[in-house]
Every structure is written in structure tokens, then in C-alpha cells.
Ligand binder design. Structure first.
Ligand SMILES: NC(=O)c1ccc[n+]([C@@H]2O[C@H](COP(=O)([O-])OP(=O)(O)OC[C@H]3O[C@@H](n4cnc5c(N)ncnc54)[C@H](O)[C@@H]3O)[C@@H](O)[C@H]2O)c1
Length: 380
């Protein structure tokens, strides 16, 4: 079925957000803001029905993920693994002294009381720990990017098939309320046929450019730096590598794997696409010349071919860690033949365009250059 506004009106469902947007389609150019809310678990949990989790990588996102998981009834944190002793101390301070802590993730995986793990380490450790976790009988929530190098993906896929464990990649736009609402609106024809997507991640400050705080006690005594290196090239202890690993290709995936991954997850969730057919991109290091080998600006154009799920569309995307506008951080604009949906995290704005049935004349047009006689004729 072609996407158009008539189908959209037929398809309007009962949700508040859809009704709010439904008002917009009667007039041209009206903007509607759709309010999104958090998805709450509908699972009923019996008092003795617990899921016990272990956190591997107790850094920035490890804290967000664990605290979110602990909001789900029945979830209990039993163990934390990290290579920096200060984060193990911090974990006990945050989640209680009863937590088992270790610098060796294999000790956490050996515990019978851990049902599932959150893998929140730098990218170059995802594959190894994900495979080991599933083989140790644990279900896995692994932060994006699933793997550091594309060819590592098969190892994880095969381990999942072999063990039958649940494996979820933590790329939250796959389950963001705003993105799921955008998907419903697009499928319902709110903006006609999707022809292109503009998406961005713009950041202005040092932390946005991955220069995170380094604790004053960072040293080979407090950090297991050799294990951190893993399969990466051996280098002497360097706190910047450990705490700002995204700046180095040996550990991270750069702007594309770290940030564009979010935008593409959003676009793929909305459209049902599985990936572009062609990508053209340029990247550079313009501002953060602090010894890093990753880029701080990247622009890419992608072509998505027609599939059963969607008509062909273009994607223009960027990461700009040198941004002087300071608006950041993420945005996705779905541009259709009859309107646009702009999605920012959990909210979205829909604008619709009413095309005239007849072409009309005047404005920037050839009409004004006609003779007066022709103008009169034309108007008839
Ligand atoms: N979904 C999102 O929005 C989102 C946001 C931020 C980060 N992430 C992803 O989460 C991961 C972690 O990012 P972060 O910002 O929390 O990094 P971070 O540096 O703050 O934390 C990583 C932690 O992993 C630990 N670690 C490293 N190697 C380990 C190993 N072999 N065993 C045990 N612990 C180990 C380090 O000690 C560190 O404390 C990255 O893959 C990143 O791409 C996802």
C-alpha cells in the first residue's frame, strides 16, 4: 500500500500521540509535538522470581544500565567486574557491600547466582566477553556496538545459536518511545512516501568529544592495564587510553561505530531497513588534536534500495564533535513527500504539507513574463 495522507487518516489508531498528530493533517504546515513517555515493564513478577545480574564494565553507561535494570521488578545486582579498583569501590558504595566484585570477568561468569550479564566494557572487549558469557550459560545485554570489527559479529551470532541464550544489543533507539511512534506515523502515511533522512550528532564540549574525567589515583597499581589492552597493540600504561579509549582506533569504533550507530539504529527501526547499499563519506580531525587517532567530524551520504519493507531513500548523516552551535546532541528528520517527522530522543514533531491539486501560477514562475493577452488567456 502506498503511503499517503488518505491512508494515514484511515489508519489512525487510538493513541494520544496519533490523535494529536491527526489534528495536524487538516491544515498545511502545522507543527504538532507528540509527547512520549517511558515504556514500563508489564511483566508480573512473583516474590521469589528473581533475575540476578552481573555488571561487566562499571564505567559511565554501566551505571545507567544497571540503575535502569534495577527499576524492573525482580532484578537484583549480585556481582560487578571492572579493571579499575576505584570503580569496584564505587560499585560497593552505590549498590551495597554485599556485591561480589572482581577484576576478572571469568570469576563473575563462574558464579551460579548470575543469570544474566550487562557488558559495558569498551568496544574491543565486547565479542570475547559476549561469547564467554553465553558459553557460561548467561543471558547477555551487550552495549552497542555489538562488536568492534564487523567480522567479529559471526562469533557472537554463532555462540548465540549454539547456546540459545538471549542476546540483546544495547542500542536504545531500537526501543525508544519516540522512534517507535515515528515508525507508526510513517507506516500510517503521516508524511507520505519517505524519500530521505537527515540525521546528526553534534557536540560542542570536551566531554562530548570523549575527554572524560581521569581520576587522580589512576596508575598501574589501581588499573589492570594489560587486561584492558586485550588484543590491542601493547603500549606502556597510559591513563588517557584507559579512560578516553574512544579516541583510539585500537579500542573503539570512532564516530561511526560510537555515534552514527545510534542514528542508523533509529532509521532502521523506523523504516525496517537492514542497511544501505552504498555509503560515501569524508572524515577529518579538525579541533581535538590531543593525540587521538580518531576523527572529530564525519559526513556520510547513503543510498537505501527498495525492499519489501520500504521504497528507496537517501540518508545524509554526520557526527560533528567540533560543533560551534551548541545545540546537540542527536536528531533524525524523516522527510516524506507530504511532510516531515523530526525525532529527538523520546520526543517528536510532525509537520505536514498540503500540496495543491492543480499546479497554480504566479510567484517565481513563467506567468509574469507572458504578454497581457496571454495572461488573460491563461487565467481562463
Ligand atoms: N547505548 C548507549 O547510549 C551507550 C552510551 C555510552 C556508552 N555505550 C557503550 O558502552 C560501552 C562502555 O562505554 P562507557 O562510556 O561506559 O565506557 P567507560 O570507559 O566509562 O567504562 C568502561 C569500563 O569497562 C571496564 N573494562 C574495560 N575492559 C574490561 C574488561 N576486559 N573486563 C572488565 N571490565 C573492563 C573499564 O575498567 C571501565 O570502567 C562502550 O561499548 C560504549 O560504546 C553505549
Amino acid at each position: 500500500m502506498r503511503n499517503n495522507r488518505r491512508n494515514f487518516i484511515k489508519n489512525i489508531g487510538g493513541s494520544m500521540a496519533l490523535l494529536a498528530v491527526g489534528n495536524a493533517v487538516s491544515a498545511s504546515g502545522i507543527t504538532n509535538t507528540s509527547t512520549a513517555s517511558t515504556l514500563h515493564s508489564k511483566i508480573k513478577v512473583a516474590a521469589n522470581d528473581k533475575i540476578r545480574i552481573g555488571l561487566i564494565g562499571s564505567g559511565i553507561i554501566g551505571h545507567f544500565d544497571t540503575n535502569t535494570a534495577l527499576k524492573v521488578p525482580g532484578v537484583e545486582l549480585v556481582a560487578v567486574c571492572d579493571l579499575y579498583k576505584g570503580r569496584l569501590e564505587g560499585a560497593k558504595e552505590t549498590w551495597g557491600n554485599q556485591i561480589f566484585t572482581t577484576q576478572d570477568y571469568r570469576e563473575l561468569l563462574a558464579r551460579k547466582d548470575v543469570d544474566a550479564v550487562l557488558i559495558c566494557t569498551p568496544d574491543h572487549w565486547h565479542q570475547r566477553i559476549a561469547i564467554d558469557s553465553m558459553r557460561a550459560g548467561k543471558h547477555v545485554y551487550c552495549e552497542k556496538p555489538m562488536v568492534q570489527k564487523i567480522e567479529q559479529g559471526w562469533g557472537v551470532i554463532n555462540a548465540q545459536k549454539e547456546t540459545g541464550k538471549v542476546f540483546q544489543v544495547g542500542s536504545q533507539m531500537a526501543s525508544s518511545v519516540g522512534i517507535l511512534e515515528a515508525k507508526r506515523l510513517l507506516a500510517a502515511g503521516a508524511i507520505g512516501e519517505l524519500t530521505m533522512v537527515e540525521s546528526y550528532c553534534d557536540r560542542s564540549d570536551a566531554r562530548g568529544a570523549w575527554n572524560y574525567s581521569i581520576p587522580t589515583d589512576a596508575s598501574p597499581e589501581t588499573i589492570d592495564f594489560d587486561t584492558f589492552l586485550g588484543t590491542a597493540p601493547k603500549v606502556p600504561f597510559e591513563a588517557k587510553h584507559f579512560f578516553r579509549w574512544r579516541n583510539y582506533g585500537a579500542y573503539g569504533t570512532g564516530a561511526a561505530g560510537d555515534l552514527i550507530v545510534h542514528l542508523l539504529t533509529g532509521i532502521h527501526t523506523v523504516t525496517g531497513a537492514v542497511g544501505p547499499e552504498k555509503i560515501m563519506s569524508i572524515a577529518d580531525l579538525k579541533l581535538w588534536k590531543d593525540g587521538r587517532d580518531s576523527f572529530d567530524i564525519i559526513n556520510a551520504v547513503m543510498n537505501y534500495k527498495t525492499t519489501e519493507k520500504h521504497a528507496a531513500f537517501h540518508v545524509v548523516t554526520r557526527v560533528n564533535l567540533t560543533d560551534g552551535e551548541g545545540k546537540g546532541p542527536f536528531g533524525i528528520k524523516l522527510i516524506g513527500t507530504e511532510g516531515v517527522i523530526e525525532s529527538f530522543g523520546n520526543g517528536l514533531v510532525v509537520k505536514t504539507l498540503k500540496r495543491r491539486a492543480v499546479p497554480g501560477y504566479g510567484g517565481y514562475d513563467s506567468f509574469d513574463s507572458f504578454s497581457n493577452k496571454q495572461k488573460e488567456e491563461f487565467k481562463k
